[in-house]
Each structure stands twice: as C-alpha cells, then as structure tokens.
Write a protein that binds this ligand. Structure first.
Ligand code: FMN
Length: 175
C-alpha cells in the first residue's frame, strides 16, 4: 500500500473482532514504528505501556464512561502513552520558545504507530477519553497519561467510511 493509500484508508475502528487477538510480535512492530518517530531535540518524551489479556480488559474499562467508547469492551490490546520529562535541550527550547513540544512528539509517535498497524492489517482507535487516575494505577505510573491506542482487528463487516474533513481551502492559506 502506498503512503497515499494508507492515509486515505486508515480509519478509527469502533467495531473490533473480540475473537482475533494480535500477537506480541505484531504489537512489537507497532512499538518499533513509534520508537522511530521524530521528536523535538530527539527527546522522545514518552513511555509506552502495552496491555494485553486481563490488563487490556482493565484498561478498556477506564475508557468507558458517559456512553463514550462502549466499543472498547471488544478491544484485545492497548498502548497507554505516558508523558516523560524533556531531555535538557528540549526543556530549554520549550521554555525559551514557550512551546509544548511533548504533545507534538506524542502525536507523531502515535501517528507512526497507527499507520504501521494499518499496513499490517491491524485496526486502531486513538483514545483521548479515559479515567487518567485509574489508568495510572493500572500501569503503575504517576506520569501524565496523554493518549491510549486501542489495537486489534476490525470485524469483517466494518466498512470503510468516507472521510469527513475540512476542505483544503478552509485548512490552508497559501502565502
Ligand atoms: C487525540 C485524539 C483523541 C481521540 N479520542 C477518541 C475517543 O476517545 N474515542 C473515539 O472513539 N475516537 C477518538 N478519536 C478518534 C477521532 O474521533 C477520529 O480520528 C476522527 O473522528 C477522524 O476519524 P478517522 O480517524 O476515522 O479518520 C481520537 C482521536 C485523536 C487524534
């Protein structure tokens, strides 16, 4: 699949097949894609907790409340992404330029992870709705948990949806 095809056909999965469970090797390939992501001053200010089996079931529970993310009951694996401190040069850069590079860094790593998953035929959904304290307790960290990525296989009848996006004119200004 070309990169263009990848960007046109990746979608957030909300219909996971509970019977199909990605193996450790596949999950390790997603981790490797995230590991190679660029980051400000190569700081890599994140840590990945990879939950499978009973732990995944427990992580999934923390993503469901107020009717949100009901589908995660069927998700067999999760990446929990915790923010880590900057390295010294990124810390100086962020302070001097008044920027939050860590949010960008985590987003880039997650992007590489989900596109590698798509390449491998795995389905993902990035999750920003979760009980942070409960996840911290589960994975054993006091670091801020910024994102969770659900990973598994889509149900066979999960169709490709048309993309709903702003137009290029709305999104960009050519100077
Ligand atoms: C930071 C972030 C948080 C998100 N949180 C959730 C979430 O909690 N639950 C959910 O179902 N989708 C979540 N999504 C998925 C978005 O809804 C989805 O990417 C967007 O609607 C575009 O659809 P697509 O990914 O299928 O192209 C999140 C995406 C991002 C980038």
């Amino acid at each position: 699949m070309s990169y263009r095809e990848m960007t046109e056909t990746r979608q957030s999965c909300r219909a996971f097949d509970p019977a199909r469970i990605p193996g450790r090797d596949a999950l390790a390939q997603l981790l490797e894609a995230a590991r190679l992501a660029p980051s400000a001053c190569n700081s890599q200010p994140y840590h990945f907790y990879i939950a499978q089996g009973e732990t995944a079931r427990a992580v999934g529970k923390t993503t469901r409340s107020l009717g949100m993310n009901a589908f995660t009951v069927d998700v067999p694996a999760f990446f929990v992404i915790a923010e880590q401190p900057y390295n010294p040069s990124a810390a100086v850069g962020a302070r001097m330029k008044d920027q939050d590079y860590r949010a960008a860094d985590i987003g880039l790593a997650v992007s590489q992870l989900v596109y590698r998953a798509h390449e491998l035929g795995l389905a993902t959904c990035i999750l920003g709705w979760f009980d942070e304290k409960a996840v911290q307790r589960l994975v054993g960290t006091s670091a801020r948990v910024r994102l969770i990525v659900a990973v598994g296989y889509a149900k066979a009848d999960d169709a490709l949806r048309p993309k709903k996006r702003k137009t290029a004119e709305e999104l960009a200004t050519w100077l």
